[in-house]
Ligand binder design. Structure first.
Ligand code: PMV
Length: 328
């Protein structure tokens, strides 16, 4: 009863920030992302004769902080009608919990590996819905290329899942340069940050009113491979989300000085004719979008900025998949 899966992280171009159902992890709005090749989590799950669930993340056995993972394993055990405890070993090739969507690749890999190990053969839609219950953005890491997570209308969440808009080869020139300025764990989790935003941000209604337009623009921009349209809409959408965060009480400001430095540099480089756009999630790290032809130059300039620790250049990546090589 052992299986191993690999899933890539994803970066949203139109963001998800707020739930309409906290238990089922149903979003207030739809979102669109790129699954990122090169930001991968590999997870092996074995159900067997263990006394308790054992969770080992990046070589460290978790004692506390494992409730969300154990709850997800419980849910899968319930679906499969099994009782055995599990050993889970997971490893990511990028910094976790720093706004790099490690929970997305993590819960997608866990959902695929654990459901398979438990004897379930779920469809992609069912896997996306299962991953969503671990972490909302994980619903998108099940699919490859550019991906849309549908808001859905139903109260039971059966229509709130993610699927590919186009596969990874369709727009293979697109690059997302993950620019790391800190590897520290963020102070406010996205879960509590978004809950607080929905509760008391005075501009939340304004955000909601603009989202369908952003989704339509980015979806059709991807299909037409219109980089200017997709990049500029994604950048504006990110700034709108951070404006929400900054105007909730208490204020949430994820940015560090190098974050601001990158924002202003990207705007300046664009004025100079080097086309690139930024997007930022719940953390200080920045992702810079450009096309393949400009990637080396943009990357060189990013690495020349004060405070940039390293960069990872990602292209559109694969969907989550099972592999034969187990981690234990
Ligand atoms: O599902 P979570 O808890 O990883 O929240 C994701 C929130 C953002 O990364 C800020 C936006 C998004 O759509 O990925």
């Amino acid at each position: 009863m052992k299986a191993t899966a690999i899933a890539n992280a994803n970066i949203a171009l139109v963001k998800y920030w707020g739930k309409r159902d906290k238990k089922l992890m149903l979003p207030q709005n739809g979102s669109i992302s790129m699954t990122c090749d090169g930001l991968a989590t590999t997870t092996t799950v074995d159900f067997g004769d263990y006394e308790n669930d054992i969770v080992i993340l990046n070589d460290e056995e978790l004692q506390k902080d494992k409730e969300a993972i154990v709850a997800h394993l419980d849910f899968i055990r319930g679906m499969a009608g099994i009782k055995q405890k599990a050993k889970m070993v997971s490893s990511s090739n990028f910094p976790v919990a720093a706004g790099l969507a490690s929970s997305a690749s993590g819960f997608a890999a866990l959902s695929l590996a654990a459901s398979k190990a438990a004897g379930l053969n779920l469809s992609k839609k069912e896997l996306s819905i299962l991953s969503r219950r671990g972490s909302g953005s994980a619903s998108r890491s099940i699919a490859g290329g550019f991906v849309e997570w549908h808001r859905g209308q139903k109260d039971d969440g059966s229509d709130s899942f993610a699927e590919s808009v186009v596969d990874k080869n369709y727009w293979h020139e697109f690059r997302m340069i993950t620019t790391i300025v800190t590897e520290a764990k963020k102070k406010v989790s996205s879960r509590s940050g978004m809950a607080q935003t929905v509760e008391n941000c005075p501009y939340y209604d304004g955000w909601r009113k603009t989202i369908n337009n952003d989704l339509d623009t980015v979806r059709s921009g991807i299909k037409n491979r219109d980089f200017t349209l997709v990049g500029s809409t994604a950048e504006r959408n990110c700034l709108k989300m951070h404006a929400l965060m900054m105007t909730t009480t208490p204020a949430i400001i994820y940015w560090f000085p190098p974050t601001m430095q990158i924002i202003q540099s990207v705007m300046l480089w664009r004025e100079e004719g080097l086309e690139c756009y930024f997007t930022i999630d719940a953390g200080a790290n920045v992702k810079v979008m450009c096309l393949e032809k400009n990637a080396a130059e943009v990357n060189k300039r990013l690495l020349g900025l004060n405070g940039v620790i390293k960069t990872i250049i990602c292209r559109p990546g694969d969907e989550a998949r099972l592999v034969d090589k187990h981690l234990f």
